[in-house]
Design a protein around this ligand. Structure first.
Ligand code: GDP
Ligand code: IMO
Ligand code: MG
Length: 432
């Protein structure tokens, strides 16, 4: 299959499964030839891992491009910002000699996560009847709810004239504390404490707050090379994911436009990231999940533990129904297939090609979670390669069975695999 020759100046990189596909590694890799990296949605629920020179970095809020000193980084209006996480991330990077000053730009329209949002995140999990979502506890849902409810506090408010921020904070915090204490007998820090937190945040990032829409559109006009870094994955999208077991933002390509203020025609290429098998952290349907020894062995070999919460990730076979759906929603031009090396010792591999739901065979991903609960995967079995791939750098040198596995995925997904990742470090890649 031919890799499409689209204009790569503005490129979106996003997850096509349930997150943790290895987006951080791929953004870092392509960052080498980029000028700007921007995050457009999500918050510190993300955990993007990059390994180089024997060190491991996990980025939650800052764009992965921050690790390369020549890259300008943008946190767009679609992101929700946790003050403690942001300050902590800037500090720890500074301790490792990575400076953010003068190259980190935060949208004045981005909403702030208050301590109250994190407590409400916990409460909504506690009081939920039936299965819990299993959120990251970072306050994401309540912060986006306040944004939609027109109650939020935004980064630009930090720069409001004296007194205005204090008033907004006191209204918001007192409302929330009253609501929590009368309904659930819990309360968060008072408005004075929250204001102090926001003032500390202002001290730290005052010079970064700007209209990032203008910054990005100028960069586009100046022909800069720009990467737009998605967080989470298509199946966690608030509209297209396995609702209600999703996050609270649009993780699919539409999030780029509303989360950054750039136009669809500016996007030259959409690179989807797919793991060579499937994982999910948190609850909700997962048709190809392996609950026995095979699942455990994938988890051990792939070190599948959440980068943000440390929770064990649920593991299963590659699901082409999911990947095809994600390709379609996002208009994926090409795919980066990660963690192929994790499958090196498998005798046999399975790929899900359809679901059997009651008496029906479904090749299109259903919109209804109840239907998914009853879905049985229809599998195709392929032979494994049982040889190490971590040192291979050319597609032609991969074992024939590995090439067949990749080619079968390409055909089922309907997009070419352009990059194969065979290990967690910067060098372990095969470009086609
Ligand atoms: P993200 O959220 O999509 O950026 O992914 P995470 O960083 O949460 O999880 C991916 C994990 O897999 C990280 O620990 C990476 O270092 C690791 N990783 C990425 N690509 C590969 C690969 O090709 N092989 C192996 N073995 N590990 C990889
Ligand atoms: P990255 O960017 C994997 C999951 C949570 C939970 C659901 C809702 O590293 O791929 P939330 O805290 O967002 O309200 O939780 O979404 N989740 C992720 N799973 N990777 C992520 O990010 C995730 N961000 C959120 O586990 O199931
Ligand atoms: Mg992650």
């Amino acid at each position: 299959m031919r890799v499409s020759k689209t204009d790569r100046r503005v490129q979106v990189i996003l997850g096509m499964q349930w997150g943790d596909e290895g987006k951080g590694k791929i953004v870092d890799l392509l960052g080498e030839s980029s000028d700007v990296v921007a995050r457009f949605q999500g918050g510190a629920n993300a955990g993007h891992t990059v390994r180089f020179e024997g060190r491991k970095y996990i980025l939650h809020l800052l764009p992965t491009g921050i690790l390369r000193p020549n890259i300008q980084c943008v946190i767009g209006n679609g992101v929700v910002i946790d003050p403690d996480s942001l300050m902590e991330e800037i500090r720890t990077l500074g301790d490792s000699g990575i400076e953010t000053a003068g190259r980190l730009w935060i949208s004045h329209r981005a909403h702030i996560i208050l301590p109250q949002h994190k407590i409400l995140d916990q409460i909504s999990e506690d009081i939920r009847t039936g299965q819990k979502i299993g959120t990251t506890g970072r306050g994401i849902g309540p912060a986006y709810a306040d944004k939609a409810g027109r109650l939020g506090i935004r980064m630009g408010d930090l720069l409001a004239p004296e007194g205005i921020l204090a008033e907004r904070v006191s209204q918001q915090v007192e409302n929330r504390n009253n609501q929590m204490s009368s309904l659930y007998g819990r309360s968060g820090p008072g408005s004075r404490e929250v204001l102090l937190l926001l003032e500390r945040l202002r001290e730290k990032v005052r010079d970064c707050i700007t209209d990032t829409r203008i910054f990005l559109n100028r960069a586009i006009g100046d022909q800069k090379r720009i990467l737009l870094e998605g967080a989470q994955g298509a199946m966690l999208d608030i509209d297209f994911g396995t609702y209600p077991f999703v996050t609270s933002s649009n993780t699919t390509v539409g999030g780029v436009f509303t989360g950054l203020g750039i136009a669809p025609r500016e996007i030259g290429h959409v690179l989807g990231v797919l793991k060579a098998y499937t994982t999910r952290v948190g609850n909700g349907p997962f048709p190809t999940e392996l609950t026995g020894g095979l699942g455990d062995s994938l988890r051990t070999k792939g070190a599948e533990f959440g980068s943000t919460t440390g929770r064990p990730r649920r593991c299963g076979w590659f699901d082409s129904v999911v990947a095809r759906y994600a390709r379609e929603i996002n208009g994926v031009d090409s795919v980066a297939l990660t963690k192929l090396d994790v499958l090196d010792e498998m005798k046999e591999l399975r790929i899900c090609t359809a679901y059997k739901c009651r008496e029906e065979v479904l090749e299109d991903f259903p919109g209804n979670c109840d239907l998914l609960d009853a879905a049985l995967p229809v599998y195709e079995t392929l032979p494994g390669w049982q040889k190490p791939t971590g040192d291979i750098r050319e597609f032609g040198k991969l074992p024939a069975e590995a090439r067949k596995y990749i080619e079968r995925i390409e055909r089922l997904v309907g997009a070419p695999v352009e990059i194969v990742s065979v290990g967690s470090s910067r060098e372990q890649n095969i470009f086609r």
